[in-house]
Every structure is written in C-alpha cells, then in structure tokens.
Design a protein around this ligand. Structure first.
Ligand code: GLU
Length: 500
C-alpha cells in the first residue's frame, strides 16, 4: 500500500502558523452513551487520514464529566473500535487520569493573568442569562467577577465560596483558523463569553482538557463534528495564550436523517449496536461512512482503498450529510457477497442460534454451510439469514396450507404418495425408516412434475403450490434445492402433512 505525504501547501494557508512535522490525529469520544454513527464517522475519517499520510492515530477517552459518564462507555468504545478494525497507534489515554496536566496548564494561565475566578452561582448565572435574552442581548457572562478586587476575592475564599476559573476573552480581537473544508475562518469575538476552564468541583471543562491534551499530544489535525465549531473559536484563544501552533481543523458535517433532521435515537441505525444487531458488517459500515459526502467512481472500498481514494485536499463543504439506510444496505450486500459461504458460517451462526436455539446444532457446520450456500447471494444483512432459512428450521403452518391449497394439487399429492406406497412396498418401508436415498431430489421432483403434466395442472399453479407445501411461501428458492436441503425424508413428511 502506498502512502502519501501531506501536501501542506494545499492544506494550509500561509497565514496559519501551524508547523507540524508529522501528522497526528485523534479520536476523542466522551463515554456518555453508546457510539452513534456520527462518532463512528469521525473515528473512520481520523483513521483514514492517519493512514493516508503515514500519521499516528491516537485514542483519547474524554471522561472528565463524572456525572455524565456511562459505566460501560469506555469499554464499549474500545470494543467497537476493535470490531470496526480501526486500530489506534497510541492510547487509549483517559482524561480522568490526567488532571495534573490540566492543573499545570491552568497555573500557567493564572500566572499570565489570563484567567479569573468566578464565584457566581448557577442560579445567578441562569437569571442573568434569562434577563439578557429578554432584552434581546447576546447571552454571555457579564464579567461581574472580573471586577472583583483582591481583598474581595480573598474574603470569598475565606468563606469557602465555590468558584470556577474563566478565561478572559479579548472581545476586541478575532480568532482565525483553517478548516480543511471551509477554508480560512475568522470570528469576531465581541459576542463571545469568558468561558469556564473548570467546574465548581474544580474538575476541568471539556474545552480546556480537550485543548490541553491536543497540545500535549501534538495533534496536527483536529477532525471532529461541526457541533464543536464554537468550541474551536474559544480554543484558538487558548492556543494563542499558550503560544502553541494552531492545528488544522476539519469540522465534519452532521449526519441527518432523510428528512434533514439531526440523526436521533429514534432513527434506525443511529447507534452502532443497532447495526451490529441487524447484521451489518464492519467493513460495510466503514465503507459507507467513508464514501458519504463525496463522489467516487468505485464505491465498494476497503479502509486502505478508501485512504487512497479520499482527497482530503479538496474537500467540499456540506451543511449536512444524509444518512440513507438503503445505500448502507446496498454496500452491506456487496460486502456479504465478497465473503465465501465458509466465511459466513461463523458470522451467521449467532443469528440462527438466537432464533432457533433448539434446532441449530452447536457443532455441526456442514448443514449450516449448505443452508448458507443456498441463500448467501440474496442476503442484504446477516440477520436476514433467519427468515431466509426459516423453512428449514420451522415447519410451515399446515392448517393454513390445507385450507388454501388448490384442490387439484392436494389430490395430486395424495395420489403420488399412494402410488409410492402401493407400487413400491419396499420404498414404503424405507420411508418409515427415514431413508429415501434411492431417490435424488431431481428424480423426486421429476416424478411430481410428470404427474402434474398428466393431471394438466399448469406450472404456474403447481410450482408455487409445491413451494408453499415445503416452505410456507409460494415464491423463493428452486424446488430441487429445497428438497435437497430438507432431505428426502423431511420432504416426504411435509408432503404427507398436506393430506393428513
Ligand atoms: N469528547 C468530544 C466529543 O465526543 C470530542 C470532541 C473533539 O473531537 O474534540 O464530542
């Protein structure tokens, strides 16, 4: 696999002072819930970016918000990345174990007098905010505490009043950075608030811990969701405060459903777990998330193909990306078709074991392989194996079939079975012994066909009826394949059910 050197000329603007010798990207999820498609896309693109430019892909778990952390969150993220085969070269780092780094960084800002203590309570802040909104003012912190004198601060500290640290924004200045899709962006800071770096329990905010880590981990390109754009503006000020080079950014468009609304829990496929349960392959999910948002001549691409095909130097800026399950299904179908039936056996087994726990033999793969060979080219998801092979595991509803079967077909079956018993007493015995090896499936079908011809039953009635008897469905697989898979004894048993 050939890798590419990053063309800084195209990716950067001369005015941006970033000067990184190597590409280092990170995926920095917060373990506050299960991974959803937006997170997964961010992970995929970071991985591909590192792969393309021989960079390092770092994993950092942003678990500073103890109240919102979800117990199994981090473990699940690690398992999900492994399942997706998105290997990181560095990490996982856990922010909950890095408070000393954030403390050191905060002390630097205190020394530089770029931060101040804010003693306002949440209630007070909320009241001020409501007032500002009512007065049609941009809601932002009114800087009450920036004006406190040293003795006033000391008095509050002596009373053990709780406080947070805020960064003092120079509201006359601008923040500038380069976004790979949007180009150079410049924001006037006049409406920006003095943002908090710590919480009242002295833990560190997302904006601060995230930024300190990006500096310490020498992150050269920050690829993350568009919802972080305003955080980026605040963080640019922190890069400047620490006199560190500003990385390049790529704010990834949010993934929306087909109605254009932000993808939510109510949309199928929102969480990676939904897709795993429905039998989507990790290769297909990576592939789909890698191609949405751009145009490719060949759309079925592995991670390494994707890293070649993606052109990060000419990214089009899109407001949102539509999540189209049908397209994902198409990609999944293509990936399933790339696998051999042998490779599909272990992938399909859990779905069948859950659906037919009593019927599926735990160790025998031969029968499973035979079933998979029969249906694998039709599978859109792995879960579909359950319905596609139901005929094998579950007998159809013969009450229904007896009531709905064309009478001439019923009569034909009756005559066929009778003829078998009368003319071939030895075969009748073998039927009872469940051993009909004297027939091939073709021969059995030919016998039945011959009889249908004689009885002048049209093919369009006869074949669907026969399928209905064997599977409960009038359409589907070739009848010879059905007989072969069910075995002659089971076939005979099902035919008998029609007339009993
Ligand atoms: N923890 C943040 C999130 O999950 C990370 C944002 C970033 O990548 O900087 O949204």
């Amino acid at each position: 696999m050939s890798t590419k050197k990053l063309n800084h000329h195209n990716l950067s603007q001369p005015s941006v002072n970033a000067n990184f010798n190597e590409v280092r990207v990170r995926f920095a999820p917060s373990p506050t819930g299960l991974m959803h498609l937006g997170n997964v896309r961010t992970a995929v693109l970071n991985y591909l970016f590192a792969l393309k430019y021989q960079g390092t892909f770092v994993l950092r778990i942003e678990d500073t918000d103890a109240e919102r952390n979800f117990d199994v969150g981090a473990k699940q993220i690690l398992a999900d990345l492994e399942w997706l085969n998105l290997k990181f070269q560095e990490g996982p780092y856990f922010q909950s174990q890095r408070a000393n780094y954030y403390q050191t960084a905060l002390e630097q800002l205190i020394q530089k007098k770029l931060v101040y203590r804010c003693f306002c309570s949440n209630l007070e802040l909320e009241r001020k905010r409501e007032l500002q909104i009512a007065m049609h003012l941009a809601p932002r912190y009114d800087r009450t505490c920036a004006l406190l004198t040293a003795p006033q601060i000391q008095a509050k500290l002596d009373q053990a009043e709780k406080f947070i640290w805020r960064f003092a924004v120079d509201q006359a200045a601008q923040a500038k950075f380069y976004d790979l899709a949007k180009g150079e962006l410049e924001f006037e800071l006049k409406h920006f608030s003095d943002f908090p770096l710590t919480r009242q329990d002295q833990s560190f905010t997302f904006i601060f811990a995230n930024l300190v880590d990006d500096i310490l981990m020498r992150i050269s390109h920050v690829l993350r969701g568009d919802d972080h754009l305003t955080n980026t503006v605040s963080q640019i000020l922190l890069y400047q405060a620490f006199e560190k080079p500003v990385p390049f950014f790529w704010h990834l468009p949010l993934i929306c459903n087909l109605d254009g609304k932000k993808l939510s829990k109510r949309d199928f496929g929102f969480s990676l777990g939904d897709l795993q349960k429905a039998g989507f392959l990790p290769e297909a999910i990576n592939n789909y998330l890698g191609i949405i948002g751009a145009t490719f001549t060949e759309e079925i691409l592995s991670l390494s193909d994707l890293s070649q095909a993606l052109d990060f130097e000419h990214i089009h800026s899109a407001g949102q990306i539509k999540y189209d399950v049908k397209k994902l299904e198409w990609v999944n179908h293509k990936w399933i078709n790339k696998l051999t039936p042998e490779e599909l056996v272990p992938l399909c087994r859990p779905f069948l074991a859950a659906a037919y726990p009593d019927q599926l033999s735990p160790n025998n793969n031969t029968q499973l392989l035979k079933l998979i060979k029969l249906v694998h080219t039709d599978l859109v998801t792995l879960a579909e194996i359950v319905l596609q092979t139901k005929f094998y595991f579950c007998e159809p509803d013969y009450n229904f079939i007896r009531q709905n079967l064309a009478p001439e077909v019923k009569q034909l079956i009756q005559e066929f079975l009778l003829a078998q018993n009368l003319n071939h007493t030895t075969i009748a015995n073998t039927i009872n012994n469940n051993n009909l090896n004297n027939y091939t499936p073709e021969q059995l079908l030919n016998c039945l066909k011959e009889q249908a011809n004689q009885a002048k039953i049209p093919a369009k009635i006869f074949f669907p009826s026969l399928r209905l008897i064997l599977t409960g469905q009038p359409a589907g697989l070739h009848i010879v394949d059905l007989i072969d898979t069910l075995g002659l004894a089971e076939t005979q048993k099902r035919l008998q059910q029609v007339i009993s």
